[in-house]
Every structure is written in C-alpha cells, then in structure tokens.
Design a protein around this ligand. Structure first.
Ligand code: V47
Length: 399
C-alpha cells in the first residue's frame, strides 16, 4: 500500500490509516492477502471464506470492522418494533425448534385476526413503527386468514410497517391460495404486507436439510421463493442458523448462495446470523455457539456478503454485552424493542423479552457508536446526530 493517498483529506487520511492497520494485523495472522482484497473492494472467494472461519478471530473482527465503518461509519441502527407470533402450531417438526407445538399439545395456540389487532392496539402508547409477524405452519389456516391478519394489523395501527411471513410461510400461503406465489404476493401487499423477515433459511446444504428440517422447504426452494419476493418489489432479510450440525464449508456455501441471489435481485436488506439455542429441542445435546462464535459469524457475514447493506446482531440471541461488542465486529444493527419474544425464550434464551427504546439508545452509545432509529426500510426516524437528518435510505454500498 502507498504511504499517503494522492489527494489527502482528514477523512481519506483516517481511512488510509485504518486500512494500513488492518493489513498489518492481518499480516501477523496470515490473512494479509484477504485484507488487501477487502481494502481494494474485491470479492472474497469461498476458499477465502473458509479461511476466515479458521483465522484469528480478532484479526477477522478488525477486518470486518473496517468494512462496516466504510459502509456505515459510526452509525448503529435500531428500530421500535413489536413481535406477533400468530401461532405456534406447526407441522414441520424441525429438530432445532422449541417453539413448535402439535395441535393438541399443551400450550398450542393460534390468534384470531381480532387477537392480532388487540396485540397491536395494546402498544399504541409506544412509538412502534414495525410489527414483525412470523409463526409456525398451521395446516388448518386458510388463505383468507393470512389476508385478515395483515388487515387487522393495519386496522390497529394504519402507519405500521408489517414485516411478515418467512419464505416457508409464503410457500404455505401460496399452497393454501392454490395460486402461484407471483399472484399471491400482490394480494398480500394490498392487504398490508410491507416486507418479509429472513427466517426459515436455516443452512441451505441438502445434508443439513435432510438431517434437521426435512419437512420444510429446501435451501433451493427458500432461495427461489426469495427471488419471487424480490421480483415482486418487496425487500426481505436473510439468515443462517449456525452452531449445530453444519460444517464450515456448508456455512460458506450458504453465504455464497445468498450473495449470488443478491447480485441478481438486490432485495436483501439485512443478514442476521441466528445462533442455535438448544434447550427444549431435539438437538439439546449440542451446546450451541459461544459468544466468540457469534462474533465470528457476524464478522464473516460482513466480509463475505459484500452486497448486503446491513448485518444485524439480534440482541435477543446474545447477551447485551456481546451485541455491543458485535458493533465492532462487523454488525451495524441490533434489531429493536421486540415486545414479547417467544422463539428464543422457549429455547432457553436468558435475555429479557423486550427492551425500552431508551435502553437500546444507551447500549449503542456505551458501545461507542451513534444510535440511529430506523424504520423497516432504513429510513431515519430519529438521530441525535444532525448530519443524519438528510441520510434518508440505507447508506450505499461502496467498493
Ligand atoms: O425461522 C428457530 C430460527 C427463526 C431456533 O428478519 C432458531 O429481522 C436458533 O427469522 N435456535 C425465526 N434459531 C427468527 C427470525 C428473525 C429473528 C429476528 C429478526 C428477523 C428479521 C428474523 O429462528 C426461524 C429459525 O430459523 N430458530 N428455533 C433455535 N432453537
């Protein structure tokens, strides 16, 4: 690398110094070639990805932080949201899930549209901008039900953005509608759907699909469904469920397949690595990932997914201090206030089920970042930094 950039401003000087530092640290840990690629904005290969999983964590973290700051500076995003899990009845029997119930099992429930509406009305005093609606695959719910719960959400709070239905739910909804998803999506949008969450992707590899979630759509089907969602003009998130039976190569394959679809559609907003929570699941003998594994997964995600704008450290999954540290390991988003998280708490999560907006702001500030409240599509809702007032949509990807 040259010692000084050709036209030097304080900002370009600082970027250059940061680049020199990450290359130096990477050299010490045997990944200088990867650091030079990242600094030059070159794409990392699958082989590079596998090396990131085996290299020194803190060198990988520094590199991911470099990529994160190049995109987002000191900004860290959060939102004021509310979860509604409209049913826990599910016929997919995923071995990693503690949330699912069979129809006659103790604790099984489904919400009527009126109950969904009441849940959302109950939060009217709080400045919620998003409802996150995901659930099990209840085989008896008909197509009209899904339209009705969207309408119920909008009736309760017309301004709310409804982020609902994973690719797995969308597959079920189209089957119930007896129509192609391409015809169903505009009807869901007309009823109130705003975008889709990233769940249900698990690990795309066929081996993992067969061994831990074989009744659910495959990796190929998840990607094909996401393609249709993006082609319908909707944004979605994407995830990977890590820390169970998958290998490093299967994780890299998963990330690469997300990246290839994103090259095609540009529809993914945010990648969220979901750390496996074993309690009360059929895979309870597996310990699940450590905090260090979680940091690495976020960092590798930032470095491999060079075309996905945001990386989320979902605070519910990890202790708050880990989510704070994650903001220096590639993550730029911590999710939101949540209100009544169920999926991870059934599986042993010990974090609170919700958090006040002011607490999120404090956590982010304590981590040395600038908190930005965003809406679901990353429009700025609030910031205490006056320069953010004109930020608008998500910062563009560079490199
Ligand atoms: O689809 C289920 C996973 C997902 C377990 O898009 C588990 O903003 C770990 O998708 N251990 C649902 N993971 C959660 C989800 C999500 C969460 C937060 C934000 C967004 C977003 C999406 O959770 C499921 C499945 O992949 N899951 N059980 C478990 N025991």
């Amino acid at each position: 690398m040259s010692a000084t950039p050709a036209t030097s401003t304080p900002a370009s000087g600082a970027r250059h110094a940061a680049a020199e530092r990450v290359v130096r640290v990477a050299r010490r840990e045997g990944i200088e070639d990867l650091a030079l690629k990242v600094v030059a904005g070159e794409r990392l290969s699958r082989e590079d990805g596998a090396r990131l999983y085996r290299a020194d964590l803190h060198a990988v973290g520094e590199l991911a932080n470099y990529a994160r700051e190049r995109l987002h500076g000191d900004r860290a995003y959060f939102n004021v949201n509310q979860h509604v899990n409209y049913t826990n009845i599910c016929n997919k029997l995923c071995r990693f899930c503690a949330f699912q119930r069979l129809p006659n099992q103790a604790g099984a429930y489904w919400m009527t549209p009126e109950q969904v509406e009441a849940k959302i009305r109950a939060q009217l005093a709080s400045p919620v901008t998003e409802v996150h609606m995901v659930a099990g695959i209840h085989p008896k719910l008909d197509y009209q039900y899904y339209l009705d719960i969207l309408k119920a959400a909008k009736r309760a709070r017309p301004s709310i953005h409804v982020k609902a239905f994973t690719m797995v739910e969308l597959d079920q909804i189209a089957k119930k509608a007896k129509k192609p998803l391409e015809e169903v999506l505009p009807e869901l949008v007309a009823a109130g759907l705003g975008s889709c969450p990233g769940g249900g992707a698990e690990v795309f590899a066929d081996r993992v699909h067969q061994e831990s979630y074989h009744l659910k759509i495959s990796g190929d089907e998840w990607l094909a469904t996401a393609r249709k969602v993006h082609q319908a003009g909707l944004k979605s998130n994407c995830t990977m469920l890590h820390g169970h039976i998958e290998t490093i190569e299967e994780r890299v394959d998963h990330l690469d397949r997300l990246r290839l679809l994103q090259d095609e559609t540009r529809g993914f907003q945010t990648y969220i690595p979901l750390s496996f929570h074993p309690e009360n699941t059929e895979m309870a003998d597996i310990p699940g990932p450590s905090a260090l594994d979680e940091l690495r997964e976020l960092a590798v995600g930032r470095l491999m997914l060079d075309n996905i704008p945001h990386i989320k450290a979902y605070w519910i999954l990890m202790d708050v201090p880990v989510a704070q540290a994650a903001l220096a390991y590639g993550a730029d988003d911590v999710d939101g206030t949540v209100v009544e998280e169920k999926i991870y708490h059934e599986a042993g999560a010990t974090t609170p089920q919700e958090v006040a907006r002011e607490e999120l702001v404090r956590w982010i500030r304590d981590a040395g970042r600038v908190p930005i409240e965003r809406d679901t599509l990353y429009q700025v809702v609030w910031s205490d930094d006056p320069s953010e007032a004109t930020l608008g949509a998500a910062a563009p990807l560079s490199g």
